[in-house]
Design a protein around this ligand. Structure first.
Ligand code: CTP
Ligand code: MG
Length: 176
């Protein structure tokens, strides 16, 4: 494998997706004690989103992703002459998309009658990832097909490892 290939398949995809990962992971640090996004409202007797999707977690999660993108993108794109505004727009859409996907996942989980925090395989791991990429894709600069494939694997592995870690550290109540 050439250095260029290593960069496009492994390094660039991580640099690209990092704002979405940070936006998705940071609410667990910020959400405690914040009001639920759905203000406790129900739909057909079931919570719209549940208590685990909070206002502070959502706002600060999106903000964290944007800050991370604004700092790291210019470093890695230094030679690509991509305007800072485009980089910022990608970070905004990836971060907002990550939270939108996560929230959409909770909406679906509640409609199926699943309690907050219960495990819904694939939706829990990939909801944020798919919506983030869909929202940001019109702006271009997406990783290529091999890079995306690598990210699909990485996202699944990281989700399992970070949730396990957060559980061991006492940040999360359940290990998923
Ligand atoms: N969190 C938050 N706001 C969000 C997403 C997450 O405050 N928009 C915080 C909450 O404290 C939540 C924790 O992060 O308990 C873990 O989030 P997550 O695993 O996404 O939620 P679940 O507990 O699995 O709830 P759900 O079943 O609705 O997915
Ligand atoms: Mg969960």
């Amino acid at each position: 494998m050439t250095l260029q290939a290593l960069y496009t398949v492994f390094v660039y995809p991580i640099v690209y997706i990092l704002p979405a990962y940070v936006a998705n992971a940071s609410p667990v640090l910020f959400g405690k004690g914040s009001r639920p996004l759905d203000f406790g409202m129900k739909m057909n007797g079931k919570r719209i989103l549940g208590s685990n999707k909070t206002i502070r977690g959502t706002v600060l999660g999106i903000a964290s992703g944007i800050v991370v993108g604004a700092v790291e993108y210019p470093l890695f794109h230094a030679l690509d002459k991509v305007p800072f505004f485009s980089l910022l727009a990608i970070a905004v859409l990836l971060s907002a998309g990550a939270l939108a996907g996560d929230i959409l996942g909770s909406f679906i989980k509640r409609r199926t009658g699943m309690e907050s925090g219960k495990n819904f395989p694939l939706l829990d791991q990939y909801g944020f990832f798919v919506v983030a990429l869909l929202l940001a894709s019109p702006l271009g600069y997406m990783p290529d097909a091999y890079g995306l494939l690598f990210l699909v694997v990485l996202t699944g592995v990281l989700h399992v490892l970070t949730n396990m870690g957060a559980y061991k550290l006492g940040i999360k109540k359940v290990p998923w």
